[in-house]
Design a protein around this ligand. Structure first.
Ligand code: DX5
Ligand code: ZN
Length: 227
């Protein structure tokens, strides 16, 4: 096994349903299952925390009924604490809340875990890493936004690479098993860099959904040979 294969061994690909056809969710999710997706990234937006509105609890609940893939709920909403329990009950396996949106990050992560889900903290591009220092030991996952949240298909913000490296170093120093997820503008050209910088869960909306062959796209993101 060469270095590239080794590095890519534990990489998980999380296609973002934001790029799916909402009127054909069943079809699109089945296609992602067949294509080998590891997680489904569900972008929940309220039009207040971000300048866009997508879907909420009912959508997660309905998606839960049609797939066994793990659901990764990215809450881009104000006062996420109010809804954590309902998202968990709806079937989200991972719930991530923005450090910019929570009153008390440690409390919010505890709330997620008490509901039986995995808890993650998200940072916007302009948020510095010291903001998550205190909550990090309690997190199952950190999600680094590499675009300004709100829309798919944006350009990757290069400074996210250094941010990944710095957070990876913080995780290593804690010696804990904390996943590092990257979200926004990931494509075939920059995926190697984000993985080298420490990301192990890769969100991809446009790159997966604009590909004719989604299996091939997921394999390429994962670093497997093109088939
Ligand atoms: C943006 C969302 C992302 C988005 C990623 O607010 O959080 O998950 O769907 O889409 P791409 O991969 O197209 O940048
Ligand atoms: Zn997202």
């Amino acid at each position: 096994m060469n270095r590239r294969e080794l590095t890519y061994k534990n990489i998980q690909i999380a296609p973002s349903l934001l790029s799916a056809d909402f009127a054909n969710m069943v079809r699109d999710i089945k296609e992602l299952e067949n294509a080998g997706a590891d997680l489904l990234h569900c972008d929940v937006m309220d039009g207040v925390f971000v300048p866009n509105i997508t879907f909420g609890i009912k959508m997660i609940e309905d998606i839960r009924k049609i797939t066994n893939l793990r659901l990764d709920a990215h809450l881009m909403i104000v006062e996420p604490e109010k809804y954590i329990e309902r998202f968990a009950k709806a079937g989200a396996d991972i719930i991530t809340v923005h450090i910019e949106a929570v009153k008390n990050a440690k409390q919010a992560i505890k709330q997620i875990k008490d509901c039986g889900a995995l808890g993650g903290i998200v940072l916007n591009p302009e948020t510095e890493i010291h903001a998550i220092k205190e909550v990090l030991p309690y997190c199952d996952m950190v999600l680094v936004m590499s675009v300004h949240p709100g829309f798919g298909g944006q350009k990757f913000i290069e400074s996210s690479l250094q941010k990944l490296k710095d957070i990876k170093a913080m995780i290593k120093a804690l010696d804990k098993d904390i996943d590092l997820e990257i979200d926004g503008g990931i494509n075939f050209d920059n995926v190697d860099q984000v993985i080298d910088a420490g990301a192990n869960i890769i969100v991809a909306g446009n790159t997966v959904f604009s590909a004719k062959d989604k299996k091939n796209a997921i394999n390429r993101l994962r670093g497997n040979k093109i088939i």
